[in-house]
Structures are given as C-alpha cells and as structure tokens.
Design a protein around this ligand. Structure first.
Ligand code: HEM
Length: 524
C-alpha cells in the first residue's frame, strides 16, 4: 500500500516536472525568438535601469544590442528599431499599424486619429488625407495658393511683431506659437486668435497642461498599479478636468458650426465632418467614418489631435532653426545671400521661389535632421504575432521607430553631430534627400501633416531670415544645443535680438506689397 502511494506521488512529481520543463523550454525558445535585449527584474523588467531621456537611453541600448532590440518595461514588451531599412520594411505592413493598449490609450478610448487603429483609424486617415488636400495641403494644384495666403498672413503678423521689438532680446516662443496655432485653427475650425485673447491663453495653457499631465502618467503605461498612488491618482483627476474643459471648448465650436452650416460652402474640417454625417444619414448608411463611436467625441478628439500635432512640432522646429542659425552665422549668411539673389529686397519669399532656393531648403532639412524633434516617432504595435528579420514580434508588442538614432548614425551621415546643410546638396547644387532621412516617419502611419509642415517651415523661416539678422543678446551665452525631451525635443528657453536688414522699402510697405503680390498670384 505504502509502496503504491510512493509510486503514485513519484509519478505525479515526474509528470509535473516534465510539464514544467516543457513550459520552461517553450518560454526559453520564445525568449530566444525575440530580438536580443537586456534582462530586467521580475514584474518591472528593465524599467528601473532607464534614466534620463528615453531616446538617448534607447540609442545607447541600440549600440549594445543592435539595430533591433527588445526590452520588457513593466507589463509591455518594447521592440526598438533603429535601422532605416527595417523601419521602412515594417511600417509599410498592415501588421504594424496598431497602437499599443496602455493606460493612456485607454483614456483616449480609441478616439481621434493618432491613437485609434483598425478600421476606424483607416477611415479617419483616408478622410482627413483627402480633405486636408482639398484645403490646400498639397504640393501642387488648386487650394495650394489659398493655403499659402493663410500662412503668409500669419508670417506677416510675426514679422510686424518682431519688428516692434527693435532689436531687443525677444522670446520667439509666444510669437511663433500664436502664428502657427492660427494656421492650424483656421484650417480646422476657421478660428483666428488675437494676441491678447484670453480664450487663446486658456486654450494653449490647457494643451500644455494636458501634455505635462500625460507625461507624468507615462510610467503608469508600464506599471498600471502605480495609478493608485495618491499623487498619480490626483494627476488623473486633473487630467480628466483638463480634458473635459478642452472638450467643452471644441464642442462649443462644433455647435456654432452646426448653427451656420451650409453644405455648399465648406469652411473647414469641422464642416466637412458635419457634411459626411449629414450624407450618411440621408443615404441611410451607417457612419463608416465613426465605426459606432460618438460623433461629437470623435470630432473633439480629431481637432485636439491635429491641433497638438500641427502646432507644437512646427513651433519647435522653427525655434531650433533660429538656434542653429545663431550657432552657425556662416550658414545664416549663405541663406540670406541666396534669398537676396533669388527673391530680391522688395518682397517676401514665396512657395514658387522654393525650387530656386536649394541652400535655404537644405538648411531646413538639416535643422529637421539634427533636431529630430520627434525622436521616437509615435509608438506602433503589432496587430498579430509577426516575424521581422527572423525575430518574433508578439501580438500587442510596442514597436518604436528610433528616428533619432537613424538621423545620428555615423554610417549614414558623415560627422552627424555637425550642422552641415551641404549634406542635402548634390555636386550640382540640387537638393537631395537620402532614403534614411525620416523626420516625418515612414509607411502607413507616416505624418499626416508633412506637406503643411514643409510649407509653413519654409515660409516662416525664409521670411524671418530675409527680414532680420540674428544676434545673441549681449552678455548671454549661445543657446544650448542639448534639447529637452517632452512631447517634442525642445531647445532650452532663449532670447534673440532680431535686427532688421536694410530693405528697399520699409516693413509696413513690404507687408502691403506682399499682400498685393499674393492676391495676384492666388486670385483671392
Ligand atoms: C515639423 C513638423 C512635423 C514633424 C517633424 C512631424 C513628425 C511626425 C512623426 C515622426 C510622426 C509619427 C510617424 C510614425 O511614427 O510612423 C507623425 C505623425 C502624425 N503627424 Fe506629424 N509632424 C509634423 C507636423 C505635423 C502637422 C503640421 C500635422 C497636422 C496637420 C501633423 C499631424 C500628424 C498626425 C495626425 C500624425 C499621426 C498619423 C497616424 O497616426 O496615422 N504633423 N508626425
């Protein structure tokens, strides 16, 4: 009897042992199939070892583990890609178009375009791409001149404001922020803010605060239990309040549009959404565009997405452009000499001048490369288990395109730390963009606003360079080239003295002159 019992328990032990061994072997094989990467500690993985800016940490890890590495951060498996061919190959595939499921994306509940995925995202993206082109976000064709006129009116406003500073130390941040906000707000909701507008101040402070609060909750994305900590619970309450006020702001604007809606005169993106809702109702079809989501909430999130993506990025790139021009007076003089030769001193640069301004364009491209303001792109996720370069990327794993590392790779760029617009010019002096230049990402989820971004960057940068010389305020250091990683990588706050360059007419006269020229060109 005893022998029988012993035999049974022995057999059970062996059975459990074999099961465990098989599971361990399975786990080991799964681990081996993943891209290489560091070991972490149980439950939180490599999180405690990440210190400082995430993109710099990942860049260091890419040097150690290779251009495709994986790391477990809390409950998320993160795969980081820093080889441009792999990024291209992955991001043109449907399997990499998802967004990670995390605490932050749960808050957004799949609304909008940046954080949605699946069919809803596809429909939003297709619709927005087409409508934004209609409103002039295109390289050629109808609408482009109209868009140029919108941007130029803000460029002129910036020039007038900067001219009033009379060469005194000036912070460009609020001036550029207002102008760039007005461009995107005009396209989205036909709203233009004034400098002293209390509503604008509140609106931008809500956006800034929203970014900050989301940033504070970053760790919760990896260790959800942290959300119960009193400080982080308080942050969530503040965020909910912030989001509700933003939603009210957008809803008020949508409601005003509904009252004055005229299907034969579509003023902006809100009107195009209202028309689509109307049409779907008339035709008795479900709203493919909304995929069962609440219409108003979806419109609010789309407006928030496009505003935040389209404002912060352009303002920050322009601020970096000024920083690099202060560091590189020879590069600044080369841009000014080209503008003087091609545009002359009687008017402002226009989009039609761009093909004749290769040095100016190359300088902006170098600003985009060197600053890599979106160093980690936006995080993608795998829609199913998928193999890339022989490694397994499990369903739901986060996939990060490390654009910063691609732009600073010494195998692709000679002396990548150096600011050198010449790297974007061919021997014949023509602009060339190598396939590893990816400031707007690549593939199916590539930036939706790249055309608008290029237009704005050129028109603002060329105009400021044409009209002003730049100096560091007396007694102050050159602004630092080390950025601060937040939503984008921004330069440290700095002031600059803008000294008007001699013109053949004064600024106010140049302003009227430009308006007249644009009217002639665009027929508006
Ligand atoms: C200098 C300016 C800009 C830069 C450097 C930039 C860069 C980027 C990058 C790197 C991505 C992520 C791509 C990926 O991870 O695959 C992105 C996405 C996006 N950008 Fe931009 N962007 C800029 C301006 C704009 C503007 C002006 C708009 C809006 C009008 C905009 C709207 C978007 C949207 C909606 C997405 C998400 C697309 C999606 O999820 O399908 N961006 N941008």
């Amino acid at each position: 009897m005893l022998a029988e019992k012993l035999w049974e328990s022995g057999a059970l032990l062996v059975f459990v042992g074999v099961l465990l061994a098989v599971r361990l072997l399975q786990l080991f094989r799964e681990l081996c199939a993943l891209p290489p990467g560091p070991w972490g500690v149980p439950l939180i993985g490599y999180l405690p070892f990440l210190k400082g800016d995430m993109h710099l940490q990942f860049h260091d890890m890419a040097r150690r583990y290779g251009p495709m590495f994986s790391a477990r951060l809390g409950n998320q498996l993160v795969v980081v890609l820093s080889d441009h061919k792999t990024v291209r190959d992955a991001f043109r595939r449907e399997e990499f178009t998802a967004r990670p499921k995390s605490f932050v994306t749960d808050i957004l509940d799949g609304y909008g375009v940046i954080n949605s995925d699946g069919r809803l995202w596809k429909e939003q993206r297709r619709f927005l791409h087409e409508r934004l082109r209609h409103f002039g976000m295109r390289y050629i064709g109808a609408g482009k001149e109209h868009m140029e006129t919108r941007i130029m009116s803000e460029v002129e406003s910036v020039l007038r404001t900067l001219n009033r500073s009379r060469g005194q130390p000036t912070d460009l941040n609020p001036v550029l922020g207002m102008a760039v906000s007005n461009v995107i707000c005009d396209i989205l909701m036909s709203v233009r803010f004034g400098r002293e507008d209390a509503k604008f101040r509140r609106f931008t402070s809500l956006i800034d605060e929203g970014f900050r609060l989301f940033g504070r909750l970053n760790w919760v994305n990896f260790v959800p239990a942290l959300r119960f900590l009193p400080r982080l619970a308080h942050t969530q309450q503040k965020l909910a309040k912030n989001r509700s006020e933003m939603a009210d702001f957008f809803q008020e604007t949508v409601d005003k549009h509904r009252e004055t809606f005229d299907p034969s005169n579509l003023r902006d993106i809100i009107d195009t959404y209202l028309l689509e809702i109307e049409r779907a109702r008339e035709e008795g079809r479900g709203h493919v565009l909304f995929e069962g989501k609440d219409h108003d909430r979806q419109m609010q999130q789309i407006l928030g997405d496009l505003f935040s993506a389209g404002m912060e990025t352009i303002k920050t790139t322009l601020q970096w452009a000024v920083v690099f021009m202060l560091h590189q007076p020879a590069a600044a003089r080369a841009v000014q000499a080209e503008l003087d030769g091609v545009v002359g001193r009687r008017r402002l640069p226009r989009l039609e001048d761009l093909p004749f301004l290769p040095h100016t364009e190359a300088t902006l491209l170098e600003v985009l490369r060197r600053s890599s303001i979106v160093p980690l792109g936006t995080t993608h996720a795998a829609t199913r288990d998928v193999y890339l370069n022989g490694f397994k990327i499990p369903k739901g794993a986060q996939v990060v395109p490390l654009l910063h590392a691609i732009h600073m790779d010494p195998n692709l760029w000679e002396k990548p730390e150096e600011f050198n617009p010449g790297r974007f010019l061919s021997a014949e002096g023509k602009v060339t963009k190598p396939e590893f230049f990816l400031p707007f990402g690549v593939g199916r989820r590539m930036c939706l606003g790249d055309v608008l971004a290029r237009m704005e960057l050129f028109l603002f940068f060329a105009a400021i360079m044409h009209v002003f010389d730049m100096r560091v305020p007396e007694g102050e250091q050159l602004p630092s080239l080390k950025g601060n990683a937040g939503v984008t990588v921004t330069p440290d706050p700095y002031k600059v003295c803008l000294i008007p360059r001699p013109l053949e007419c004064d600024l106010e006269c140049l302003n009227a002159d430009t308006a007249a020229t644009l009217r002639n060109v665009g027929g508006h």
